[in-house]
Design a protein around this ligand. Structure first.
Ligand SMILES: Cc1cc2nc3c(=O)[nH]c(=O)nc-3n(C[C@H](O)[C@H](O)[C@H](O)COP(=O)(O)OP(=O)(O)OC[C@H]3O[C@@H](n4cnc5c(N)ncnc54)[C@H](O)[C@@H]3O)c2cc1C
Length: 397
């Protein structure tokens, strides 16, 4: 790293302006001078982001960020009932009104991400979009980031990885990320000429994976199938007509897919993953990871966005406790994340153990780690996101 450029000083540099990074940058205002680095330009055309279900418990966190009112005006749809055929062909209903935290939302994901990013800037964070590649190093008790495109060097006491599943910054620092299972999500945003007034979340187990489908505020219907990355059917299912035909073989999906046309199929890694938290402890103080960069969740849990906001809140509290409690604040943050991960794994194992009807199929047998009679009984309840959220969110609240 060449140090012939003037250094720009910050309190905190956050890399990645997704929900986690933007929430943290906003939450640290006005106490900290924050630089938020994002590799994508605002106008970059991107494939549609998947991940639209936000539990009602997130209201507390949005309120704490001071963005609840603007969020409620962004046009997100209230969540309705969830219908699942997880271990039986008879649909099981869960009405989101029964969730004590409120029903939650189906997001317009682009607006949600953009709203949080704008809120961080409005509060005083400096956002640098299209930041390009960078190098990172530690020097004199500070983190330094050299932006390769411009040669600018930024330094701060705190450095935060909020780069999502890539955990780009942590990997540059040599911290490994353990991916639990090689699952892929194939998804499409379907359009329909007739009027689709079904607002339920539909979830179903299948022989070699599981499905969900839901309408989003744009009027499209998301259709998503999760399967192993080594599944021989993966290539075929990337064909839009095949994906739709396979979904239509399941009655719970077929009835909601009437009139829909095949649409481009996108693929995205969807496995659980965890950064090596012990290696993080060993990394110099002042380094944090939040959101998917720290822990990413299987989409069946619908926890990723809540965790993005909640881990940003926890990291903000730790950073604001420094410098007096520099080491202990970070240790407490990591302990909290370990506990979140333990609890998540417990419910995830129970969820997958619940599918007994396909127990001999490879997709299900490799995920049946902690099978027990107790788990099987719990499973049809856990599949309904609200129950999952209730247990998980209580850890944070
Ligand atoms: C199939 C699927 C379905 C899902 N469904 C749900 C759901 O229903 N509900 C839910 O809550 N969650 C869901 N999720 C998870 C949710 O989308 C993520 O948990 C959430 O987006 C994590 O937010 P984040 O800010 O940590 O990361 P991201 O949203 O991934 O944001 C990371 C940001 O960092 C930027 N970035 C990356 N690398 C760099 C770099 N080197 N330099 C600068 N910037 C960089 C990216 O451009 C991006 O803007 C789902 C995920 C998948 C895969």
């Amino acid at each position: 790293m060449q140090l012939d450029q003037p250094l720009e000083n910050w309190d905190v540099i956050v890399v990645g302006a997704g929900p986690a990074g933007s929430a943290l940058a906003r939450r640290l205002q006005p106490q900290c001078k924050v630089l938020l680095l994002e590799r994508q330009d605002r106008d970059a055309s991107e494939i549609p982001r998947i991940g639209e279900s936000l539990p009602g418990a997130a209201k507390v966190l949005l309120n704490r960020l001071g963005v609840l009112e603007s969020f409620l005006n962004e046009g997100h749809a209230e969540r309705r009932a969830t219908i699942s055929t997880w271990d039986c062909d008879d649909p099981v209903y869960f009405d989101s009104m029964r969730d004590p935290n409120g029903p939650g939302w189906h997001l317009d994901r682009q607006r949600f991400d953009a709203g949080l990013r704008a809120a961080s800037v409005e509060a005083g964070a400096t956002l640098l979009e299209g930041c390009g590649q960078f190098q990172v190093k530690r020097s004199d008790d500070r983190w330094q980031i050299l932006l390769e495109d411009t040669g600018q060097i930024h330094q701060a006491k705190f450095l935060v990885d909020a780069t999502g599943q890539s955990a780009n910054l942590a990997r540059q620092l040599g911290i490994s990320r353990h991916v639990d299972d090689p699952m892929i999500c194939l998804y499409a945003y379907l359009s329909c000429e007739s009027n689709d007034d079904d607002h339920c979340t539909r979830i179903s187990a299948d022989h070699n994976g599981w499905w969900y489908s839901v309408r989003v505020p744009s009027g499209h219907r998301v259709l998503a199938f999760h399967l192993d990355s080594a599944d021989p059917e993966l290539k075929t299912l990337r064909r839009p007509d095949y994906l739709l035909a396979k979904a239509r073989a399941l009655p719970i999906l077929a009835e909601a897919l009437v009139g829909y046309m095949p649409a481009s199929v996108y693929a995205r890694p969807a496995a659980s993953a965890k950064l090596d938290l012990d290696a993080m402890v060993a990394t110099a103080p002042g380094f944090f990871a939040i959101g998917d960069a720290l822990l990413s969740f299987d989409p069946i849990a619908s926890q990723g966005l809540f965790h993005a906001l909640a881990s940003a809140e926890s990291a903000a509290r730790a950073i604001l406790r420094c410098p007096e409690e520099m080491v202990s604040a970070r240790v407490a943050f990591l302990d909290e994340m370990r506990a979140v991960h333990r609890r998540y794994r417990q419910y995830l194992n129970a969820t997958y153990a619940g599918v007994v009807r396909f127990r001999d199929e490879p997709f299900w047998s490799i995920r049946r780690g902690m099978e027990s009679r107790q788990y099987r009984i719990m499973s049809e309840n856990i599949i309904h996101e609200s129950n999952y959220n209730r247990k998980y969110c209580h850890y944070y609240m």
